[in-house]
Ligand binder design. Structure first.
Ligand code: ADP
Ligand code: MG
Length: 249
């Protein structure tokens, strides 16, 4: 092995993707710690969603490296990256509307652990326990038997986060999770994010700077596929470059 190991959960170095010569992500490097909530902000088209696409293997990098627990992700397929412990939530919730909250969580429980004979019973107990635990975490424990399509927009977002949490990813990536949520739903989501980072790291793309300040350990400001500023929310909010290209609008 030529490259050195790191203690970071995620180490992105020199990451570049070129779409017909246009570099949507351009020589990007950043590092995410264990138990960290990192928020990525930046104007539309900055390359935020593309960064998540690259990490989860949906888009292939043109150059650079993405190490997750020292494992190189750029060579791996999407399902292998999920199995390695990276969960990704897209902007629009993709839950099963015709299934209940319970069923949505149950089908997301990782398969193939112990499915034979006497062990099935043990697995069932484990699934029930996890569904119970996760449903309370996502504020849906009283709606376990409600169909997905009857949930509010915010509850659907939480359910999808729950469907990822039940797979126990070490890195969870959320693209604008509070878009369209009410103030009280936002507050509860901030609480949820703080609870789940006790066991994992989270990368969140977000626009609402008040929400960002509430949840972020560190903020990375992207602009034209590159880092414009990085630091605490307080720090980046005062950066003149950030005010000029992002916050001033
Ligand atoms: P953001 O999420 O910050 O708004 P995106 O990552 O979605 O930005 O997009 C960054 C830029 O890359 C945009 O100009 C977008 O049009 C372009 N882009 C994203 N994905 C593709 C793709 N698959 N093919 C071509 N261009 C793309
Ligand atoms: Mg986006």
């Amino acid at each position: 092995m030529s490259s050195s190991n790191t203690d970071f959960v995620l180490a992105v170095e020199g990451l570049t993707v070129s779409f017909d010569g246009f570099k949507a992500v351009n020589d990007l490097s950043f590092y995410v710690d264990k138990n960290e909530i990192r928020v990525i902000v930046g104007p539309n088209g900055a390359g935020k969603t593309t960064v998540l696409d690259l990490i989860c293997g949906r888009t292939k990098a043109t150059e650079g490296s993405i190490k997750f627990r020292n494992k190189e992700l750029t060579k791996m397929k999407e399902h292998q990256i999920v199995r390695a412990g990276v969960g990704r939530k897209f902007q629009t919730p993709s839950i099963y509307g015709d299934l209940t909250v319970f069923e949505n969580l149950e089908i997301s429980f990782p398969r193939g652990r112990s499915v034979f004979g006497a062990l099935t019973f043990k697995r069932d107990a484990e699934v029930l326990q996890r569904v119970d635990e996760i449903s309370r975490m996502i504020f849906l424990d009283e709606l376990l038997h409600t169909r997905g399509d009857l949930l509010s927009h915010g509850q659907k977002q939480w359910l999808e986060i729950g469907m990822l949490l039940i797979q126990d990813p070490e890195l969870l990536m959320l693209d604008e999770p509070v878009a369209g949520m009410s103030v009280s739903e936002r507050r509860k989501t901030a609480e949820l994010l703080r609870t789940i980072t006790k066991d994992r790291s989270v990368i969140v793309i977000e626009h609402d700077m008040q929400f960002v300040a509430e949840i972020a350990d560190k903020v990375t400001v992207l602009h034209q596929g590159k880092i414009l500023a990085e630091g605490t929310a307080e720090h980046v909010k005062q950066d003149p470059k950030v005010i000029e290209v992002y916050l001033g609008h």
